[in-house]
Design a protein around this ligand. Structure first.
Ligand SMILES: Nc1ncnc2c1ncn2[C@@H]1O[C@H](COP(=O)(O)OP(=O)(O)OP(=O)(O)O)[C@@H](O)[C@H]1O
Ligand SMILES: Nc1ncnc2c1ncn2[C@@H]1O[C@H](COP(=O)(O)OP(=O)(O)OP(=O)(O)O)[C@@H](O)[C@H]1O
Ligand SMILES: [Mg+2]
Ligand SMILES: [Mg+2]
Lengths: 259, 259
């Protein structure tokens, strides 16, 4: 889940897509790679100074299986939380070996550990990224099969898309040739403004295959739910936020994914 | 202009505050430290691959005076643009000497160069930061007298404020003891929701002296203006966006600033 433009709905999409997929019976692991820890908060996963988190996995090489916790609200949805020391990781990772591949390696170790102990592996791993193209996001792009890009119907969003596509191209060329753009999702869509319609048209023109037909309208319930430590799927299950994220999750799950 | 939470209105506040102050007759320099280059776009300052920008100043040590350009729309408002190579600066700066103080040094050189050639120095230098607490933002916090914090009436905003205050405290303790919180501004305020009112009340309770009385309402004109390469001050001068930023600029300018 990546877009270096801030506030476009990366975290909101990551947690609600993960919840919708888990409610459909799939196993989902959400990795919170944003030092802000918003996804950990939204899923009510404790991430205080004394909790283990993804920082301990990336920098101190603890096994990922040790830090994941199940979301109290939604069985089948697990989360590797972000703790406050992750803020220093961008600078600390610069001096470490395999600095861009650490996340890829720990996910592979997780899958082989689960395989050995005959436990089911997650069907989806969703990685929430910070609004930047630094080493934390780079680790996610190297580890991922696909990039999921939430985008707001705003002018700055178009500018950002070019820079993001350039970075994805660089990663494909050197570190992860199989990386594909899995989906682009229009978020916080306000039907009343021309600007949103113009941006949506522009994005559909450039990326006809990647843009999902489903879009997410602006909805207060979506922005209230994290203050109750819930996803909108349990906070307001019949509202427009939950319905639109459920439709987007189903449309995405039925796409023919990168093998 | 800093807040590591994404999409809270840092750039919108930086360009419109700068424009309002310049229209009141003050000299203003806006430094775009965000690799996205949104502030440079909003002020119609060219920032292509062959333009000089703040990257060339920070990493290649070109004088700041060589890269600033005047905003075509608003006399007295100058901008040091962000170019695409700034995206690599966070990693490149890690290995350089004085990596956190480079911006402070170049601004001091600018002031002494202007002083020697008897040219007027800017009354305000406004630095637009990216949504992170890495070396680019750190450079801004070390160079600045005050931090101006735009904040949205959203739940994740409160979580972000604690992390930001901790970082400001660290900078005050070691690199810039005179750094103060100059102002906190509530942006994209939507009067219809409880959430926005609750967040505003919480912020005013914790920071009664810093929060400006002026707030910025949500307004489509504000988000349309950058697509015309204009600030809202010239795009829609009598609309709510321009009026509210002009009021915020006047309230801020009349505060008793850090000497
Ligand atoms: N469809 C929506 N309707 C209303 N509010 C929304 C919607 N989607 C997201 N929000 C709110 O908008 C803000 C930005 O969303 P979010 O934090 O998910 O974006 P982000 O891209 O993860 O931000 P960052 O760049 O800081 O990581 C949040 O306060 C969120 O609650
Ligand atoms: N008062 C407002 N009313 C309506 N839209 C606004 C308002 N303020 C900002 N916006 C829009 O909201 C989006 C986010 O604002 P902006 O880009 O200024 O935030 P930012 O904090 O600089 O983001 P980033 O974290 O990516 O640097 C932009 O598309 C902008 O046009
Ligand atoms: Mg986020
Ligand atoms: Mg910005």
């Amino acid at each position: 889940m990546s877009n270096q433009k801030g506030g476009v709905g990366k975290t909101t999409t990551a947690v609600n897509l993960a919840a919708a997929l888990a409610q459909d019976g799939l196993g989902v692991l959400l990795i919170d790679m944003d030092p802000q820890g918003n996804a950990s908060t939204a899923l009510s996963i404790s991430h205080d100074d004394d909790d283990l988190g993804i920082y301990d996995v990336l920098v101190d090489e603890r096994p990922l299986i040790r830090v994941v916790k199940e979301c109290p609200d939604i069985p089948g949805l697990w989360c590797a939380p972000s703790t406050v020391d992750l803020a220093g990781a961008e600078i600390e990772l610069v001096g470490l070996t395999h600095r861009e591949r650490r996340l890829k390696q720990v996910i592979e170790h997780l899958y082989s550990a689960l395989d050995r102990s005959r436990r089911p592996a997650p069907d989806y791993v969703i990685i929430d990224c910070p609004p930047s193209l630094g080493l934390l996001t780079l680790n996610a792009l190297v580890a991922a099969d696909e990039v999921f890009i939430p985008i707001q119907g705003e002018y700055y969003a178009l500018e950002g898309l070019t820079a993001l596509m350039r970075t994805i191209g660089l990663v494909q060329a050197s570190m992860n040739p199989d990386l594909a753009v899995g989906a682009i999702l229009l978020t916080m869509v306000d039907g009343r403004t021309n600007l949103a319609a113009q941006v949506a048209e522009e994005v559909r023109r450039h990326f006809p295959r990647e843009v999902l037909r489903s879009t997410i309208p602006r909805s207060v319930r979506l922005s209230e739910s994290p203050s109750f430590g819930q996803t909108v799927m349990t906070y307001d299950p019949t509202g427009t936020g939950a319905l639109s994220y459920r439709a987007a999750a189903r449309e995405y799950a039925h796409r023919d994914h990168a093998a």
